[in-house]
Design a protein around this ligand. Structure first.
Ligand code: NAD
Ligand code: UDP
Ligand code: UDP
Length: 323
């Protein structure tokens, strides 16, 4: 098949492109490199079955393909809040264009939605039938409400045009190719620990997250795409092992044998207090569950950042932004 991956230059998208190519598919990666990096896909550029189109999906896109994984959207709080209007345009106009494309070609399209649609949840763990607790006017709303609207658009195109859609709600995912300055907790803590700098815990660190290793997530995305046509989801994809941010900081210090101290900074507004997926649906319908433990996944991610920092020392640097 010829498969379109929007956001293919990003963290998750680049792993997906690589995996689809390995499976024997042709891959078209569409990305405007707002938060992604050419570095993530540079090793794929020699592959004749891989194409890159620099394009902002808030504008129409005409390509001929057989299937779409729609991932394009800034995902880290510091980046999606940097240009909130563009984040919303990407979630809304971008999704409309991708749905219009899928509708013209009558092809299947999968949306990478997020656990953020549950907001600051009042129910634990979060099940797919929970409608969430979201501030519609706060600094995170461009992302949360944007993705909620993407989900609505996907379901409306499904109901109105009988389009084959799939929605996955991805919980915090980590691994190699996260940007060094991405601002998300795992990359921040690992880089700080490796440089023996202070580890910046926001708030008192009692908030929780559940971290899924990238390879497990990719497996889940592929399984969801291959479910029967009538099944739209949404389905939670994440690791149900919950950990506090303070525990995470201590674990990373220990795994890196770092001399870093933990410092406590202010908690960002609307930062969700607890987050943990209920993955019963994914287990039962996709026969999927994460296999890689946090310690194992962190070890691989730490090894990646160690190499990256060594390269940085050697002054080998490609700019992170290509806008
Ligand atoms: P990322 O920022 O690394 O990747 C997003 C990619 O989309 C980047 O390459 C960026 O340049 C591209 N992009 C952004 N706006 C675009 C536009 N208008 N047109 C074209 N390309 C555009 O983030 P990621 O972690 O790989 O996330 C990928 C997807 O998964 C996102 O939709 C995100 O919301 C979702 N997700 C990720 C996580 C996570 O923990 N990583 C959790 C939940 C959901
Ligand atoms: N679109 C696109 N590529 C296509 C087909 C459509 O980018 O191959 C865009 C098109 O610009 C439109 C949007 O998708 O604005 C929604 O398409 P739809 O068919 O739902 O709406 P309409 O074209 O009727 O406004
Ligand atoms: N966080 C932190 N220190 C950092 C970066 C993040 O304590 O340097 C916290 C953040 O406040 C949140 C959690 O870690 O409670 C996860 O943050 P991230 O940005 O990775 O993801 P999200 O908030 O979108 O789940």
């Amino acid at each position: 098949m010829r498969i379109l991956v929007t956001g293919g230059g990003g963290f998750i998208g680049s792993h997906l492109c690589e995996r689809l190519l390995k499976m024997g598919h042709e891959v078209i990666c569409v990305d405007n490199f707002f938060t992604g990096s050419k570095k993530n896909i540079i090793h794929l550029l020699d592959n004749p079955y891989f194409e890159v189109i620099r394009h902002d999906i808030t504008f129409p896109l005409y390509v001929e393909i057989d299937q779409i994984f729609h991932l394009a959207c800034p995902a880290s709080p510091i980046y999606y809040q940097k240009d909130p209007v563009q984040t919303l345009k990407t979630a809304v106009h971008g999704s409309i264009n991708i749905l219009g494309l899928a509708k013209r070609l009558r092809i299947k399209v999968l949306l990478a939605s997020t656990s953020e649609i549950y907001g600051n949840p009042q129910i634990h763990p979060q099940k797919e039938n929970y409608w969430g607790h979201v501030n519609p006017i706060g600094p995170r709303s461009c992302y949360d409400e944007g993705k909620r609207c993407s989900e609505t658009l996907f379901m409306d195109y499904h109901r109105q045009y009988n389009l084959k859609v799939k929605i996955v709600r991805i919980f915090n995912t980590y691994g190699p190719r996260m940007q060094i300055n991405d601002g998300r907790v795992i990359s921040n803590f690992i880089v700080q620990a490796l440089k023996n700098r202070d580890i910046t815990v926001y708030g008192d660190g009692s908030q929780t997250r559940s971290f899924c290793y990238i390879d497990d997530l990719i497996e889940g995305l592929l399984k969801m795409m291959n479910t029967e046509d009538g099944f739209t989801g949404p389905v939670n994809l994440g690791n149900p092992k919950e950990i506090t941010i303070l525990e995470l900081a201590k674990k990373i210090i220990q795994l890196t044998s770092s001399k870093s101290n933990i410092v406590f900074n202010s908690l960002p507004q609307d930062d969700p207090k607890r987050r943990c997926p209920d993955i019963t649906l994914a287990r039962n319908l996709l026969f999927w569950e994460p296999r890689i433990s946090l310690d194992e996944g962190l070890a691989k991610t730490i090894a990646y950042f160690k190499t990256l920092l060594k390269e940085e020392e050697k002054d080998y640097q490609i700019p992170l932004f290509f806008t």
